[in-house]
Design a protein around this ligand. Structure first.
Ligand SMILES: Nc1ncnc2c1ncn2[C@@H]1O[C@H](COP(=O)(O)OP(=O)(O)OP(=O)(O)O)[C@@H](O)[C@H]1O
Ligand SMILES: [Mg+2]
Length: 414
């Protein structure tokens, strides 16, 4: 089977849970944003304030929609600032850090990140943080003055993707990291995705606990397995749909850019099943397999089959081999190519808007051809890209708002 064949035939038509993703428009080519591209068709941050967040005790920024470059010495707090922005989405941010790590060690025991996010729905005031005395494993969200907004709702207010140096080994490392990367790409297209992933994980934990105890009501276990089958199929279908759309964009960019084409393949039991069956059958078959697998899963003390075991295989199209066999630089360029194509994909969707793109230490590692092309593509797509580096010279040809960070203070270098 070619890497593409399983995705293109994926049938994602099922129960109501797929409404969001299956209504996505397939891209109409050419895939550059239209000349009528307006600021409202991108997500961008117009104001940002960090209080006692890591090494930033009090930092404020007012911005236009243009890209933003942060330069500064090692340890200045550039990645911390990007991490703060990444917490405007649900989840643990771009470092995957424990919430207890985020408060400034010399601060008042609480931290906040607040931003004014501009987007197609207008201006949203979004804040998140922990107040002292709060359970340190949690954070709260406040949206347009409403307190205690469920975190998953943040996914509706902003779209965002990021690349950090710790993702350099993405193609070499554990499948879980690629799955998380993939799920972030899906989330940017389908804000419900995070909820399904969390709901699936919760049901799976309940099932694993019951199987481990060895005594359970089979009917109750059946209910939990039915939930897992529903959420699991929704997760797999959303992944298939995103990958198929993304592959269209990647393939269409072939020959228009020095960035290589990636071929994407989803390896997972549900994802493969979706290639040949309606989602509703896939869901039923998975529910039955969970029931059959109770004894083996009980012995293994975990659920052996499901979307939590899927992997994303990425191939370098020209070299015709897996990305993990490519050089370090080639792997980085492939990842950038994926993120750029994904940004284009979101931008061209109906009611879509280009996402925020956070690129930590990306420019310095690119040769001049790829760096210049990256800057051109970011401008063409129109995203507010946030980029970091040590020296501003790495961004000479980039039309951006450039700031230097020194000991928690920002200096505008424009
Ligand atoms: N909770 C915290 N409270 C105070 N300072 C912190 C906290 N967590 C991390 N730091 C400090 O933040 C600094 C690291 O910041 P960051 O990683 O953002 O730097 P950077 O500018 O990205 O550096 P580099 O160029 O090396 O990547 C370190 O000096 C670290 O000690
Ligand atoms: Mg850094």
């Amino acid at each position: 089977m070619t890497p593409l064949s399983c995705m293109s035939s994926c049938q994602c038509v099922s129960r109501g849970y797929l409404d969001g993703i299956s209504n996505l428009a397939r891209p109409a080519f050419p895939i550059a944003p239209s000349p009528s591209w307006k600021k409202e068709q991108i997500y961008w941050i117009s104001e940002l304030r960090l209080t006692d967040f890591r090494n930033h005790s009090d930092l404020s920024l007012s911005l236009s929609s243009r890209p933003v470059v942060l330069v500064g010495k090692n340890g200045a707090g550039k990645t911390n600032l990007l991490e703060a922005i990444s917490l405007l989405l649900p989840g643990r941010g771009l470092r995957g850090a424990a919430m207890s790590e985020l408060k400034c060690e010399t601060g008042r025991g609480s931290w906040t990140v607040w931003a004014k996010i501009e987007g197609p729905e207008g201006t949203q005031s979004v804040g998140t943080g922990q107040i002292s005395g709060m359970d340190h494993s949690r954070r709260e969200a406040r949206v347009n003055g409403c307190a205690s907004v469920p975190l998953h709702k943040l996914a509706r207010l902003c779209r965002m993707v990021w690349l950090t140096p710790s993702m350099d080994g993405l193609f070499m490392g554990a499948a879980m990291e690629r799955r998380q990367f993939l799920d972030r790409l899906v989330l940017a297209l389908n804000p419900e995705h995070k909820q399904y992933v969390m709901a699936f994980d919760k049901s799976m934990r309940q099932r694993n606990n019951l199987l481990e105890q060895g005594r359970y009501d089979p009917a109750w276990l059946g209910v939990i397995e039915a939930q897992m089958a529903e959420y699991g199929t929704a997760i797999a279908a959303a992944r298939c749909e995103t990958i198929a759309l993304l592959q269209d964009i990647l393939s269409a960019r072939h020959s228009k850019t020095p960035f290589p084409v990636a071929y994407l393949q989803l390896d997972g039991c549900l994802e493969s099943d979706l290639a040949g069956r309606p989602a509703i059958d896939v869901e039923d078959r998975y529910r039955l397999r969970l029931k059959e697998n109770r004894p083996t899963d009980a012995r293994a003390k975990r659920t052996l089959e499901g979307p939590h075991r899927s992997d994303l295989a990425v191939y370098h199209a020209n070299k015709k081999h897996l990305a993990r066999l490519c050089s370090t630089g080639e792997q980085k360029i492939l990842l950038i190519s994926l993120v750029l194509s994904h940004a284009r994909l979101i931008a061209i969707q109906k009611r879509g808007a280009a996402p925020l793109v956070l690129f930590d230490e990306v420019a310095a590692h690119l040769d001049i051809v790829h760096r210049t092309t990256l800057f051109e593509e970011l401008h063409e797509i129109g995203v507010q890209a946030w980029m970091t580096g040590i020296e501003k010279e790495s961004f000479t040809s980039f039309d951006a708002q450039i700031y230097r960070l020194t000991e928690g203070r920002l200096e505008n270098l424009e």
